[in-house]
Design a protein around this ligand. Structure first.
Ligand code: 3PG
Length: 392
């Protein structure tokens, strides 16, 4: 983006790697286009600077070397055409050369259909680099993958830089995790401790409060010796949960364990719901949400926070009887003056359901990439761009 501002992109061939991997329904229609909309500022900037613009992305996880109709970026090209208000032709075979003039934009078909993309093949990467004068990575959602269009090309392109979305995501994450205004409160919820254990461990040394929810909270309740009935949990990970609680305690920080919960006998939207003290959960109960008392306590802590990191709904918010916890937390985040950052598919669905998009400080376009940053990992896309800019 600096290059565009400095007029250096005028007449240049700019290759933008975006993450346009959006959900589609069975008929192939795009059901959610946030990532496409988020790619527009970078593309516009390059066009306005007078560059010849090539944009690519992966879509799904296709078999390399074949392009089935389901793998095609055709619906994305259509949506981009609408958003940009100008034609965005889709180029099918493009690794050997791309026809595009300054002031024009083309969309290069699903880059994961190219042989060698996923394994970051050097021959492919050099070929891609030869297509452009300037490579721009604006694909935060794919920043945790070292593939030919996210990593290899950045090694070999004449100039490699970060696009505005990638830069904004990094800024927001740094604001939340590197120099947070305290108290720093993280909400890590979801069905399994196992998929988020490294995040819980990494955050245990950083945050002032670690709010757990969903199946993750059930495992933490087990670790505290509380009954959870037949709720989803991972008894094998109770020791790890205890270690997280101990690490937090040692720093004077806390993991608030739900004191009340919403239970049902069946995992069904119309199953009768009952609010219970955590200690009173029966052997045939399923915990499907945090209770109202717990939700209110967490809401007051969120309102007093300096920074909030949110990943995961705390209950089965898709079902009206079990949405109160997630709804209360969403509203508390919206009403808090804290800087908040949220990421992950389910979290975004909750944000949309409660209409708090404008009240969250930053909504990440990353799924897996967002989680890996929370784990404290340096993402390959950032690593190679930092290396290139250090060399420049
Ligand atoms: C995502 O949707 O999280 C990104 O687009 C990355 O997709 P991937 O997990 O297939 O690499």
């Amino acid at each position: 983006s600096d290059l565009c501002a400095q007029g250096k992109a005028q007449g240049q061939r700019v290759f933008i790697r975006a993450d346009l991997n959006v959900p589609q329904n069975e008929a192939g229609a795009i059901t959610e286009d946030t990532r496409i909309r988020a790619s527009v500022p970078c593309i516009r900037m390059a066009l306005d600077a007078g560059a010849a613009v090539m944009v690519t992305s992966h879509l799904g996880r296709p078999t390399e070397g074949v392009l089935t109709p389901e793998d095609s970026l055709a619906p994305v090209a259509e949506r981009l055409t609408e958003l940009l208000g100008r034609p965005v032709p889709l180029v099918r075979d493009w690794t050997d050369g791309v026809q595009v003039e300054p002031g024009q934009v083309v969309l290069l078909e699903n880059c994961r259909c190219n042989k060698g993309e996923k394994k970051n093949d050097e021959v492919l990467s050099r070929k891609l680099a030869a297509l452009c004068d300037i490579y721009v990575n604006d694909a935060f959602g794919t920043a945790h993958r070292a593939e030919a269009t996210t990593y290899g090309i950045a090694q070999f392109a004449p100039i490699a830089s970060a696009g505005p979305l990638l830069a904004a995501e990094l800024d927001a994450l740094q604001k939340a995790l590197a120099q947070p205004k305290r108290p720093l409160v993280a909400i890590v919820a979801g069905s399994k401790v196992s998929t988020k254990l490294t995040i819980l461990q990494a955050l245990a040394s950083k945050v002032d409060q670690l709010i757990v929810g969903g199946g993750i909270a059930n495992t933490f309740m087990l670790a505290q010796g509380l009954p959870i009935g037949k709720s989803l949990a991972e008894p094998d990970l109770v020791d790890q949960a205890k270690a997280v609680i101990a690490a937090m305690k040692q720093r004077g920080a806390e993991v608030p364990i739900p004191t009340d919960v919403v239970t049902a006998k069946e995992f069904k939207a119309d199953a009768p719901a009952a609010v219970k003290k955590s200690a009173d959960v029966a052997p045939d109960d399923l915990i499907l949400d945090i209770g109202p008392q717990t939700a209110e306590l967490l809401a007051s802590q969120l309102k007093a926070a300096g920074t909030i990191v949110w990943n995961g709904p705390v209950g089965v918010f898709e079902m009206a009887s079990f949405e109160n916890g997630t709804k209360t937390i969403a509203k508390a985040i919206a009403g808090s003056s804290a800087f908040s950052i949220a990421g992950g598919g389910d979290t975004l669905a909750a944000i949309a359901k409660y209409g708090i998009e404008k009240d969250v400080g930053y909504i990440s376009t990353g799924g897996g990439a967002f989680l890996e940053v929370l784990e404290g990992k340096t993402l390959p896309a950032f690593e190679i761009l930092a290396k290139r800019s250090a060399e420049a």
